[in-house]
Design a protein around this ligand. Structure first.
Ligand code: ADP
Ligand code: 5GP
Length: 189
């Protein structure tokens, strides 16, 4: 029996992870998105149980105490994000590959647990200035939130060498093609 695999995407906010993951999920691949839990509020059109499981900070802490997370991080001050063990186990048990959108530390921690069954992919933006433009254009975050995210970008980029693969998301069509080939090859082998 072929074991289902894990594909982990990390990048600074605005680099294009969600866009590339959405593209992958639209392809005829046997993959499903791991819905994380977070204590941040929904933004834009986000719905509970689709993009995230939105929890109160109290509920999030309760689940930490209950050992329900495969990994979790306080990605931004007072904003917790984490992968629920149950979410991942449920998908893998169905023989479906799992794709993750997690921060760098979370991504590397999942790799530690699953080893060669997991592929870590770092999405590299052309520059921090390009990130700023993308986040401003996306227009889902307040200016202070954008500054906060940009301040963390250089730090996150310093983790790139620890990832299995770096995808440069400059030209979107090229990045899409690269990601599709990469994930197809990983799943098939
Ligand atoms: P992340 O999930 O990494 O925070 P998103 O996927 O939301 O980033 O992308 C941030 C913004 O940048 C979105 O508005 C998206 O449409 C845009 N974007 C993604 N890839 C590119 C690209 N290659 N060139 C220009 N804009 C892009
Ligand atoms: P956003 O608020 O833009 O949705 O996500 C902010 C950051 O949190 C992104 O870097 C995203 O990858 C990360 N993130 C989302 N879910 C998880 C998770 O389950 N665990 C960890 N460690 N990071 C996550």
């Amino acid at each position: 029996m072929i074991m289902a695999k894990l594909i982990i995407f990390s990048a600074p906010s605005g680099a294009g992870k969600s866009t590339l993951i959405r593209y992958l999920l639209s392809q005829e691949l046997n993959i499903r998105f791991s819905i994380s839990a977070t204590s941040r509020k929904p933004r834009g059109e986000e719905k509970d149980g689709i993009e995230y499981y939105f929890l109160t900070p109290e509920e999030f802490r309760r689940r930490i105490a209950n050992n329900e997370f495969l990994e979790y991080e306080e990605v931004y001050k007072d904003k917790f994000y984490g992968t629920l063990k149950r979410e991942v186990d449920r998908i893998l048990a169905e023989g479906i590959n799992v794709v993750f959108d997690v921060d760098c530390i979370g991504g590397l921690n999942i790799k530690k647990v699953y080893g060669n069954r997991a592929l870590t992919v770092f999405v590299m933006p052309p520059s921090v200035e390009a990130l700023r433009k993308r986040l401003e254009k996306r227009a889902t975050d307040a200016p202070a939130v954008i500054e906060n995210r940009l301040a963390k970008a250089e730090y996150e980029m310093s983790f790139a060498p620890q990832f299995d693969v770096i995808i440069h998301n400059d030209d979107y069509d090229q990045a899409k093609a690269e990601v599709l080939k990469l994930v197809t090859d990983f799943i098939d082998n």
